[in-house]
Design a binder for this molecule. Sequence first.
Ligand code: ADP
Length: 406
Amino acid sequence: MKILVVNAGSSSLKFQLFDVENNYAVLAKGLCDNVGLSTSKLKYTKTGCEEVCISVEMKNHSVATQMMSDALMGKVEGMEGCIASMTEIYAVGHRVVQGGPYFSESVVVTDDVMEKLALCYDYAPLHTNAHIQGLKGCFEVMPGTPNVLVFDTAFHTTMPDYAKTYPIPYEMTKDMHIRRYGAHGTSHKYVAIEMCKILGKTEGTKIVTCHLGNGSSISAVKDGKVIDTSMGLTPLAGVEMGTRCGDIDPAIVPKMMETYNIGVEGINDFMNKKCGLLGVSGLSSDMRELIAEVQNGGEKAERCQLAMDILMYQIKKYIGSYAAALGGVDAIVFTAGIGENNGMLRAGALEGLEFLGVDLDTEVNAKTMGKHGVTRLSKEGSKVAVYMIPTNEEYMIAKDTYDLTK
Ligand code: ADP
């Protein structure tokens, strides 16, 4: 039985095909990149084969889903297929960034669900539009196949009112649904479940999960349920990110608008695309480039170091505040691109947390990367267990999709 997972972004469409009976083995995966631009590309890897990349014009998501289906069926030159027909696909799971106030768990797509999804546009315009395009593409290439939506916000719906309500006039919370929704929920859920398995229980556990990638968020998970998370109404909030500013004094916003004579679009663009590691370093949003600049003692080395120091300090502060919110902490988990691969950053974020009971194995931590699989980074006997757990959002989406449609 095969489940296809689709992640449609504003200019991309990622996909992975899973074999449920074979322990959710990945049969193939691919990426349609730069959709809508003349530079669009299709990358495709059948498990066990080399990645193949071709330039092909994909003017919209409808063409991209058609390319995906052609690749999976072996109809694209140089790409080895793994199914004879799209009817072999039992169901399709879609990653959805924002469920707004309408969805608190994964759902099978119906007309009513499509109407509600359209209402999420107000909360994440670019993403929601892309998700709808991706869904429509799947309806075209797989008519009659069930589709399931899996929301990045769903795992966070257990937050108590005092954690998700902003101190703004209550009418805005109640009528406009302006509140903390969080993001990366599927990833936080996956690593929290894995961590609970390691701890041997869910009830009574207190875990801080750190998803650190281009976008980063940190969650406090008690008894397997989120009680707080760093992202907010949108994924702009929280710690410093690749290009997003995270939490800043809100008064900076009108100040910037006034100084640079920019409007709503301009300030949104500024906070989402020109800040974070890129803005502070003046070099790049990619952590690897910042590390290289510091190591090479380049012209921007000091600014790169500052960008990383800010992030390490902010993560430390979140861990401390979530330890307080949880009333203690049993485990800290690092995941996603930076969390899985950057031992220096993990060590920096945990420095000084010995008082909490963190006893890091610095040698193991320094050499551990995502490719090593689940790894304990703390010493045996450390009161707080520290783990690197590679995230697997696609697996979670495939599993929810199968569970809801079987
Ligand atoms: P996204 O949020 O786009 O899914 P990722 O989870 O892929 O992002 O994370 C991207 C970040 O991870 C980048 O800052 C990148 O530099 C960083 N990263 C990836 N591999 C490494 C590595 N080996 N060492 C340090 N940082 C890494």
